[in-house]
Design a protein around this ligand. Sequence first.
Ligand code: GLA
Length: 384
Amino acid sequence: MSITAASIRQSFVTVFGAEPEIAARAPGRLEILGNHTDYNQGVVLSVAVDRATFVAARKLPGTVCRVVDVALGDERTFDLADLAHPLKGDWANYIKGMVVEFGKRGISIPAFAAVMGSTIPLSAGMSSSAAFEMSFGTMLLALAGQSMEWRELAKVGQACENRYVGANTGLLDQFSSLKGKAGHLVFSDFRSLEVRNVPLPAGTALVVANSMVKHNLTNEYNERRESCERAAAVLAKLYPGVAALRDVSLEQLEAARAKLDPVDYRRALHVVGECTRVMAGSAALEQGDVAGFGQLMFASQDSSTHNFENSCAELDALVAVARDIPGVLGARLSGGGFGGITVHLVQADHAEAYAAEVARRYRERTGLESEVMICRAGDGAALL
Ligand code: GLA
């Protein structure tokens, strides 16, 4: 189903028999380089994609809200006076959590009717959840006649995810969804909370291949984060000036290896390596060294497989088959891991043939069908 700014407004009229007051969209994202570095105060290169969650809404009297998802053919009704008890696994948590977190910041959201729809694959690693939060966040602020600095809105989304959904994720997904720019990557620094847009290298395209293994970030993701925090605490005692894994060099990590739990050491090695690769990768892009950048993407995947252990056989297979397809520059898993998607940087004139070939080789190797798509770098969240 194709969902657009015009179609979401039209759907609202069809469902509720009135014009919406406000409409918004927020895109999904791909993590291009820098895996699990955000909550370690590190750096990431990501991109907002041309797939998004759209929402149209109008205020209602009283406290009861109704939300209809036209893409999934599903709906929820909930009362603003009863938001304290999230239903485990329910998609309405993303909306209720945003309302609760706005409330904690002194912003009271009126009751509303909304129609939503998304073109982002769900639970795949393209941040359908951050797009959900940021589209509703943008819409709800406007509906309440309020505004908020973009970083604060990102933190509202993160708090919704951490407290209401139960995944202790960082800020990458919300930052990418808010600060994307057509034709550009987003370089984010999660210590200074500064972002800048970097042009996507000319003549390249992004191919996304979905392993179709659904990921769930509430268990293993939280475990990985705890490992990183344990390692950082040990390293902070050894090295003055270390506040997070972001501050540790590969040499310091090696020198401290015997003092770290062996598993925590490998988790830290991944994060420290990823921060190094992001810095090397952005230097490579500045110099127009796209091949060098692609090699860093492959190195990132290797480190996920062996050090962070957030890959899986299917993700490994998608990257393995990619390595000698004509036009490939680099490929790796994207996002939390444990399933979901891989992102491939390819020469643009090979993109169509490449996409078909990845799917064919994945099928041949695993017997599984991969959903493959060519994604463009799109603009960040906005009112429509
Ligand atoms: C998920 C989280 C992000 C980030 C990535 C891994 O997408 O939501 O905060 O940690 O995983 O880089």
